[in-house]
Structures are given as structure tokens and as C-alpha cells.
Write a protein of this length. Structure first.
Length: 488
């Protein structure tokens, strides 16, 4: 039994690491191609062109008073000539709406719209009396969750393209220019969605919604997540986009074709993984209607977001991600090894099924069985020591590879000591894998029990983490319970 189990674990490990290597190679090829192609592009021409498509930026907000004013200010200052910002107040119980109303001089207006996608009742649409904020529209609605708020924003906007973002994210000024470019270049295939790199803002120097200095997080957990995000976006999603098997556009920021989203049914309120589920449903809709399409990915850092800095918040986030993955895979199980859905059905969906969903469960069983063998004094220590050295070395090399990708491409961390900190944490991270595995198992158990809530997320606030208080609008913040609808 021990011999059989050891060989099964070793074979699965080789397959998993082999897939990581292949994805890394595809990512390198795709990234090199992208950088070479975009080195000759003048994005200013998009700003100056009167033909640039109008874009609606939809930002759901629930109890975001700590950062809402600066975040809206950042959105309104984006470098693009034809866009609007639609802020959806999802029945906040703190003073989020009051801050928006007072600072941006909002008044209720008559606004025609149709409920093309079902959503909770919209109580009012607000515009600013100040012409300086004529791009801003605020929706006040009954609480329904992030997906429901995005559906409300889609009903309100009239643009062909919309961007969904988290209200507490910080967007790069030229992000719209880069996100919209694939839609302008489409030829025989319709682009239905584009995503970009999400970076971590913890410990960065933030002033009035803008990043003044990029730093590696001071705390251990956010620093570990920097490595994780770098691998996922620079070594994973680039490759899957290149292979036409991309299954997810991060909910923190993505741009979509509005009409395709509406025809596919909008965001699902029945899952906590609405970002992945929407992409799968859009791709199913296009394939089942025999329409040529593509989902693209921009490897530029476009958006910065705050990540959990304490273990409880991280656990809630990761168990929620697992539940969202399980729900999305279950809902669209028809795609599993189904050639009708192209490379997504034959490669992307099976990969996420085996390596993103099943692999942590198998790893957990491996931990349990190893402990069992230790207590029985039946463990082959030589084999497991070699396996540990192999796995540990590969994990460190993979993280180092991701850091190298970051340094030779976008080089966001200017200080040498920040890069050294990331390299140092790469040697620590493999010992944290059992914790992530436990979160994945717990998430699966929650999915089996049918848990649907998001769970409460503690928000530090961008300035507070750095020991600074530059946000002058946080004095009336109320730390109310969020009824299971936190958006982080």
C-alpha cells in the first residue's frame, strides 16, 4: 500500500510540475510577443481619437467609506477621453452614500433604464450638480451583493463596453487605453472580454487615491500573496490566454462586451465566484451559437488591490474562492473534455478540474496518510526526503522565475531590497502550502453544505496600514456588520 501510494503521489507531482513548466514556457513566448508588439504603440492616439468607444466603469460599493472618496477621484482621473463612472451603492449600512452625496454634490435625477438583467430594486440614480463631476453617476439600490450590483450597473449604462472593478481598487491611469486595445484590433473573432494583471497595494505609499511609491508589503501574509499573484498572472493567465483556454477575468478589474454579457444572462447571484462563472457562461454562449470569439489578457499591471493581512480574513477569502471554483465547475460540467468548446473544453476546463480543484484534496490526503505512516513507523524516509527536496526546489525555482519575469518586464519594485525580500520569501512560501491546502478542503466542505455567504472582510484602509492618515473623509466611519456581502 505504501509503495503504491508513494508512486501515485510521485507521478501526480511530476504531471503537475510538468504542466507548470509548460505554462511557464507559453507565458514567456506570449509575453515576449506582447512586449515586442506594444513597443511601437502610441496609446496617446487612442486618447485623441474621436472614434474611441465609450466605456462605462461599474464599481459596486458596500460599506467602503474608508476609501470611497479617493477611489472615485482616481476613477474620474483616468487617462481616456470617452468614459463614465457608475458607482453602485449596494445598500451600505455605513456612511458610504452620505460621503458620496456630500463630497460630489449629488442630486437625484430622472433616468430611463430597463431591467434587461434581473437585479434588486434601484432606489435612485444620482448625478452631480458640479460640472467637474459630469462623468459620475451614482446608483442607490437595495442590498443584493456584488453580482447583483454589477447587473444593476449594466442595466443603467448604455455603452457597448463596460469595465467591472472593485470600488476599493486603485487603477493605473492608462489602464483603459490598454484594456480597450484588443477590442479595437478584433478582426474575424469578436473579443468578448479582456483582463489584466492585478497587483497588491498593501504597504505602498498612497496619497489621495494615487500610488506615490510601490513597496513590498511589510507583513508576512501580504508578501506571500505578492509571490502568488505574480505567478498566477505572469506564469498562468498569460499562457492560458495564449492557448485560448482562459477561464477567469479577475473581479478586481476586467472589460466586457455589454451585449454579450446581457445575452449570456449577466452575473450570477447564485455563486460567490461570479467572475469565473461569467466568463464560462459567455464562452458557452458564443460556442453554442457558433460564433467566433476570444477572451484576451493584458500582461500589464493595471490594478492594485488590498489583500488580507490576517489569517482569518485570508481563510475566508480562500474558502470563498474554492466554493466559487466548485460552483462554476459544477454549473458548466458539460464543457468537460467537450470538443465543441474548443481548447477551453479540452484543456482549460480539465486543467482547472484536476489541478486547481482535485490537487489540493489529493495533497491533503497525502498529508493525512503521511502522518498515519509516521505513527506506524512505516514511512520510507529516504523516498519522502528526496520527494520533499524535489518539490521544495521546484517551488522556489518557480517563484524565482516569476520574480525574474517581473523584473525584466515591468519592474514595478524599484528598490533592490524589495526584490531581495521577495526572493527571501520564496524560500519560506513552500512551508505555507499545507495552510492553503487546509483552506481548500474547508472550502470544499462548505460547498458541499451549500454555503453561499461571502463572509465579513476586515478592511485596513490604504493609508492606515502605513501609519498615515491622509484620507480626510473617514472620520464618520461606522464599523457595521456587512451581512455577508463584503466585496473583497
Amino acid at each position: 500500500m505504501e509503495f503504491f501510494f508513494a508512486h501515485v503521489v510521485f507521478i501526480l507531482t511530476l504531471i503537475l510540475f510538468g504542466s507548470y513548466l509548460l505554462l511557464g514556457v507559453f507565458s514567456a513566448v506570449a509575453l515576449r510577443k506582447y512586449l515586442r508588439k506594444n513597443s511601437y504603440i502610441n496609446y496617446n492616439s487612442l486618447v485623441l481619437s474621436p472614434l474611441s468607444p465609450k466605456i462605462s466603469i461599474i464599481a459596486p460599493a458596500y460599506n467602503e467609506s474608508k476609501t470611497i472618496i479617493d477611489n472615485v477621484r482616481t476613477l474620474l482621473a483616468l487617462y481616456y477621453n470617452n468614459f463614465e463612472v457608475i458607482l453602485v451603492n449596494d445598500g451600505s449600512t455605513d456612511n458610504t452614500f452620505e460621503l458620496l452625496r456630500d463630497v460630489y454634490e449629488l442630486v437625484k435625477v430622472n433616468y430611463y433604464f430597463d431591467y434587461r438583467i434581473p437585479c434588486e430594486r434601484i432606489r435612485g440614480v444620482y448625478k452631480s450638480r458640479n460640472p467637474s463631476y459630469n462623468r459620475l453617476t451614482v446608483i442607490d439600490k437595495v442590498n443584493g451583493g456584488k453580482a447583483d450590483s454589477l447587473n444593476a450597473g449594466i442595466n443603467i449604462c448604455h455603452s457597448d463596453l463596460f469595465i467591472s472593478i472593485d470600488a476599493d481598487s486603485i487603477i493605473e491611469p492608462d489602464s483603459i487605453l490598454k484594456l480597450v486595445k484588443p477590442f479595437l484590433e478584433e478582426k474575424d473573432r469578436k473579443v468578448i472580454g479582456t483582463g489584466g494583471v492585478i497587483r497588491i497595494v498593501n504597504s505602498c505609499d498612497i496619497e489621495r487615491g494615487h500610488i506615490r511609491e510601490i513597496k513590498v508589503p511589510a507583513k508576512l501574509l501580504p508578501r506571500l500573496q505578492v509571490l502568488e499573484y505574480t505567478r498566477a498572472f505572469l506564469l498562468g493567465r498569460i499562457a492560458w490566454s495564449h492557448l485560448d483556454g482562459l477561464m477567469i477575468i479577475s473581479g478586481a478589474m476586467g472589460i466586457f462586451d455589454r451585449e454579450t454579457v446581457i445575452k449570456a444572462g449577466g452575473y450570477s447571484i447564485k455563486t460567490v465566484g461570479e467572475d469565473m462563472e461569467l466568463v464560462l457562461r459567455m464562452r458557452r454562449y458564443m460556442a453554442e451559437h457558433d460564433r467566433k470569439y476570444e477572451v484576451t489578457y493584458i500582461p500589464d499591471p493595471l490594478c492594485w488591490t488590498e489583500v488580507p493581512s490576517d489569517i482569518k480574513s485570508l481563510e475566508r477569502q480562500r474558502t470563498r474562492w474554492t466554493r466559487g471554483l466548485v460552483e462554476s465547475l459544477k454549473t458548466h460540467r458539460k464543457m468537460f473534455f467537450n470538443g465543441r468548446y474548443g481548447k477551453l473544453g479540452l484543456l482549460g476546463y480539465p486543467y482547472w478540474s484536476f489541478f486547481e480543484w482535485l490537487a489540493p484534496l489529493i495533497a491533503f490526503l497525502g498529508f493525512v496518510y503521511t502522518i498515519y505512516l509516521i505513527f506506524r513507523h512505516a514511512l520510507n524516509w529516504q523516498f519522502y526526503l528526496l520527494l520533499f527536496i524535489f518539490v521544495y526546489t521546484f517551488a522556489v525555482c518557480l517563484s524565482t522565475w516569476a520574480i525574474l519575469f517581473e523584473e525584466i518586464t515591468f519592474h514595478k519594485y524599484k528598490r533592490k531590497r524589495d526584490v531581495l525580500k521577495l526572493l527571501a520569501i520564496a524560500f519560506v512560501e513552500p512551508f505555507i502550502y499545507p495552510v492553503y491546502t487546509f483552506f481548500a478542503v474547508k472550502g470544499n466542505l462548505q460547498a458541499m453544505r451549500g454555503k453561499k455567504s461571502w463572509g465579513k472582510a476586515e478592511r485596513t484602509g490604504f493609508e492606515e496600514e502605513n501609519g498615515r492618515n491622509k484620507n480626510h473623509y473617514n472620520n464618520n466611519y461606522n464599523n457595521n456588520n456587512n451581512n455577508g456581502n463584503s466585496y473583497h
